[in-house]
Design a protein around this ligand. Structure first.
Ligand code: GAR
Length: 219
């Protein structure tokens, strides 16, 4: 049996992606163990998902630190004490500095609600609607120094309907987020996924952008 990889998750809010990963791990699909969930927001609902699943939780409120560097340093210490193989950002809404990002290079993933590199940043659903796009989606990527960019691991595409609101579109995208994040975590924990010279390799092979979106997750 494959050895289980240790995963730490960082959250800020609802935690529905965390819950999807918890279920992926619980189903036995991923040889992983969630060893710690850290929230920068004491009121994050996701903390309850973690506690209900018996996962250790920690609140590290960024407002209690004088600057980004000291927060990132304390966060790194807390995460490293849990000896993770993989760190996942699951709706973690704080920018992480270069020292943090470099420290976890190749073992730090994020999920973002757009077809990156399109629409980094916030309010992606409203911006996609305002631009009159006909398709939208979500991406899991390795985190690099630039916010919401970095080598893409997997994406899912959804159609944009003419009567969509930001909320209806967000719900369609979220359903796909919940499918692709557990897949990316499983690949990593199976030892099949890596980052080499800025390129994502799956089973030793570079991923081609068309292939990324074709992982059986296109609506
Ligand atoms: C998700 O839609 C995630 O893609 C997004 O925040 C939401 C968190 O929901 N992340 C970002 O926008 C990162 N730039 P969740 O707490 O229910 O998983």
């Amino acid at each position: 049996m494959t050895e289980r990889r240790r995963v730490v998750a960082l959250i800020s809010g609802r935690g529905s992606n965390l819950q999807a990963v918890i279920e992926g791990v619980r189903s036995g699909a991923a040889p992983a163990e969630l060893v710690l969930v850290v929230s920068n927001n004491p009121a994050a609902a996701g903390l309850a998902h973690a506690a209900a699943a018996g996962i250790a939780t920690a609140v590290m409120d960024h407002r209690e630190y004088p600057d980004r560097e000291s927060y990132d340093r304390a966060l790194t210490d807390r995460i490293d004490a849990a000896a993770p193989d993989l760190v996942i950002l699951a709706g973690f809404m704080r920018i992480l500095g270069p020292v943090f990002v470099d420290h976890y290079e190749g073992r730090l993933m994020n999920i973002h609600p757009s077809l990156l590199p399109a629409y980094p940043g916030l309010e992606t659903h409203a911006r996609v609607l305002a631009a009159g796009e006909t398709e939208h989606g979500c991406s899991v990527h390795f985190v690099t120094r630039d916010v919401d960019s970095g080598p893409i691991i997997i994406q899912a595409r959804v159609p944009v309907h003419t009567n969509d609101t930001p909320d209806s579109l967000a719900a369609r995208v979220l359903e796909q987020e919940h499918r692709i994040y557990p897949i990316a975590v499983r690949w990593f924990c199976e030892g099949r996924l890596s980052l080499r010279n800025g390129q994502v390799l799956l089973d030793g092979r570079a991923r081609d952008p068309q292939e990324l979106r074709a992982d059986g997750v296109i609506a």
